[in-house]
Design a protein around this ligand. Sequence first.
Ligand SMILES: Cc1cc2nc3c(=O)[nH]c(=O)nc-3n(C[C@H](O)[C@H](O)[C@H](O)COP(=O)(O)OP(=O)(O)OC[C@H]3O[C@@H](n4cnc5c(N)ncnc54)[C@H](O)[C@@H]3O)c2cc1C
Length: 411
Amino acid sequence: MTQVNSDVIIIGAGPSGTSAAALIHQAGFKVAVIEKEEFPRFIIGESLLPRCMDLLEEAGLIDAVKARDYIVKHGAVFLTDDQRTDFEFGNQFTDGWGYTWQVPRDDFDHTLATAVEKMGVDIFWRHTVTDADCRADSATVTATGPDGNPVTFSGRFVLDASGFGRVLPRLMDLDLPSALPRRDSVFTHITGDRRPAGDAAGKIWICMLPENSWLWIIPFSNGKTSVGVVAEPAFIDNLGGSLDDKLSAIIDMSRPAADRLADRKPDFPARRIDGYSIAVKTLCGDGYALTGNATEFLDPVFSSGVTLALESANRAAKTLIRQLKGETVDWDKDYAAYLGHGVEVFRTYVNAWYDGALPTVFFSDKATPDIRSQICSVLAGYVWDMDNPFVAKHEKAVDKLAQLCDMRANK
Ligand SMILES: Cc1cc2nc3c(=O)[nH]c(=O)nc-3n(C[C@H](O)[C@H](O)[C@H](O)COP(=O)(O)OP(=O)(O)OC[C@H]3O[C@@H](n4cnc5c(N)ncnc54)[C@H](O)[C@@H]3O)c2cc1C
């Protein structure tokens, strides 16, 4: 049996795994990343938030991404058939990045992984983790290699960055059902997108649809555009035809989307993900921590997935580096509580999106420019800026504002 020794074993070479690997490697520790696929590989989750830029920069990965010339995303646009509201990241409250990118994930994840390998990190491609034994001072992970033979990885700590693979949550029975109602997604890439001109070309469009469903339009620099719907299962199931027919019918339910995408040609048959939301019992334990989508996944509406994947990787890596250097660390406080705060802020906004409070605020002319800039910082991913009242007192602030906008709208 092949044996690999390192200080840290990371499961998964998505953005969470590779950015954690970069930080730990640069701190002088030996890292082994285990990835079951060969990259480039398709994955959904293509719209970044400006907060990602700080995290890519800190991991030493931003220049590799810059070199890919991805389309610049200056903000987000929310649309109904007769209303539209634009958020510009350049007008946000927090002192952060004013833009980010829209990234085809096959290329983005491959770029990060290649950059990390160039730093000297070993990535074990086409190795599927099947077992793990995590203890306070040591860890062993077993994987099946490309030739079907087992490989044993030994180290001092495991970071599970396996995304929806959820390796440790499954092996350790840590999964919890999400408190959010089940929602599914159907998506494809298309050509023939009539993009807006200038800087507006790269913004994400979120088009509101009946029955609390919504559609994303995410343009790429390679000429393709990602289009997908998020809806409760019945909304999708009640439409006839193939998945392509259903997605096409849904696009035509939104006037702005139907106009913009009138010349669309799908690049591949539409795919469906059922019930993507999931929660977890704990984020860390003896000899392991979970990062990225291996933790909790709420909802794609505010494009927070990759941001939280990078943020959790950053925080877990820093906590682990201190531990490996001999410091006493409190994983619950230093890692889980920190990450939990950001997830709770996004949860408030996700809930307020689906209960209608946030759309009321978005389309109201009663939200002042100052308030909109504070909300814009949340949409930019700066959900740890406690100077922002829409972060520090997120639940109350959103609720009060929605009531105010609602009352004034009804006057
Ligand atoms: C419909 C939908 C739309 C989304 N849209 C967005 C968006 O616009 N913006 C955004 O930021 N996020 C979005 N997301 C979320 C985004 O996809 C994830 O949050 C993000 O990919 C998480 O990154 P990660 O590094 O944690 O995991 P991943 O990117 O999933 O990487 C995990 C890696 O682990 C590997 N792996 C899994 N199991 C094993 C195993 N047993 N052994 C070895 N390796 C393994 C996988 O092959 C994979 O490469 C969306 C999600 C959904 C469902």
